[in-house]
Design a protein around this ligand. Sequence first.
Ligand code: FAD
Length: 485
Amino acid sequence: MAARTGKEYIDRLSASRPTVQIEGETVSSAIPDHPRFRNIVATYAALYDLQHDPELREVMTYESPATGEPVGTSFLVPRTVEDLRRRRVMMKTWADASFGMLGRTGDYLNSCLMALSEAQSWFAQADPEFGENARRYYEMVRDGDLLTTHTVITPQANRSVTSSQQLGGTLAARIVDERDDGVVLRGARMLATIGPIADELLVLPSTVLRSTPEDAPYSYAVAVACDTPGLRFLCRESMDYGRSHFDHPFGSRFEEMDAVVVFDDVLVPFERCFMLGHPELCNGFYSETSAVVHMTHQVVTRTTAKTEFMLGLVSAMAQAIGIEQFQHVQESIAEVIVALETLRAFTRAAECDAALNPFGVMTPKWEPLNAARNWYPRFSQRFPEIVRKFGASGLMALPTEADLQGELRADVDTYLQSATLTGAERVQLFRLAWDTCISAFAGRQNLYEYFFFGDPVRMSGALLSSYERGPYLERVRDFLQRDER
Ligand SMILES: Cc1cc2nc3c(=O)[nH]c(=O)nc-3n(C[C@H](O)[C@H](O)[C@H](O)COP(=O)(O)OP(=O)(O)OC[C@H]3O[C@@H](n4cnc5c(N)ncnc54)[C@H](O)[C@@H]3O)c2cc1C
């Protein structure tokens, strides 16, 4: 197999029958045919097609070391800084296709799998077989160009106790049986974005919830096919309401479903297990393998694309209604420019100061990327504030496409024109602003940016405990101990 086309992605998804429950229905049709998933599947298919665009093929693919076929560049194991740049250019191409609104394009977890596949000696601390499994799984995903998602969080019922104490230990997905052919999982996990449209689900340790020795049954890293018997995706309400691209420009294209995952005694064959037990190793799963660094490299690339879009959007709004001469408007646009340059600087610093990790993988410098992943979730919450401030009532004076095609057209042309745009053009731009910062789709985007990589509060704690502050403390202490005159 090689890098897939959109059709190949759709054909495989059509042939599978994951158990997907949404809005009171257990989906019985093929996922790509279902009205709640049709549009997002088409969007993902278009991303796969980019791999076959003659002008992009060099960027999007490289030769598989196993098959010689072209495979996605996000699987490339970087050995040089140039390889890192190559990976980033590919990731930016996908991110630009959705202005960074798609958080779970395959490159996010491909980057994780790539790093895991190289960390053989780290896995060997538990069992060399786990490292071999991780490598074989990575190769299967790479050469089959499979789309993976992941679930890392235990159900939220009670965060003041550990998994083993929640509901007598029966809530969070845990290993309930070890058989000759694999382990059996029972319980639930949160939250699998794109679960229903993915091929594979990675069930991994949390990035932020620390495991204790009692959590051994909850500590594991495995992979299952999304249509494995006993696996269920409990979806939230869809934010793709079946409206036109004009009316819901983002909701109709980029609605990545989120789902609680239930494991009703799911059998996971041993060859799909990358860690069983070992809570202390699970706590270092992403950091000690460098997986988190490569995932963050993808995340910062995506959020750069999103910030570029935001700069374009707020500039277009300001020009449309003639507010750019006001100083507070200029100040807010400048804020977005500074954010964009900050992201670019983080990326550049991380790539320039990259070094080989203990497994021979060229790895971006962690500190700038860690700073970015701590800063952006908070900064991104400024975007809706700025768009609301610029748009004001214009974000509600929004007739629909049907109105534009009906007898209201003359009113729209007259009363909704702007300093630089016709009525229809202004409505189109402001509907985009609405779907970026006001709509249900937009609300989910804000929540996503804040939380998807883990609770920012606990990420701050992790930053603090891992950052080398000693020299700076020493400087202050030295100063205080200087002889007074
Ligand atoms: C849109 C969206 C998509 C997501 N997609 C995925 C996905 O694809 N895969 C996946 O695995 N996960 C996904 N997540 C989950 C994400 O990883 C979690 O939201 C994040 O790790 C926070 O965990 P939580 O939601 O359980 O919040 P909780 O941990 O329940 O936190 C709730 C609140 O309590 C506070 N709190 C709780 N415990 C502590 C503590 N010990 N110390 C200090 N404060 C505490 C938090 O700061 C927060 O304010 C997604 C989340 C969102 C919102």
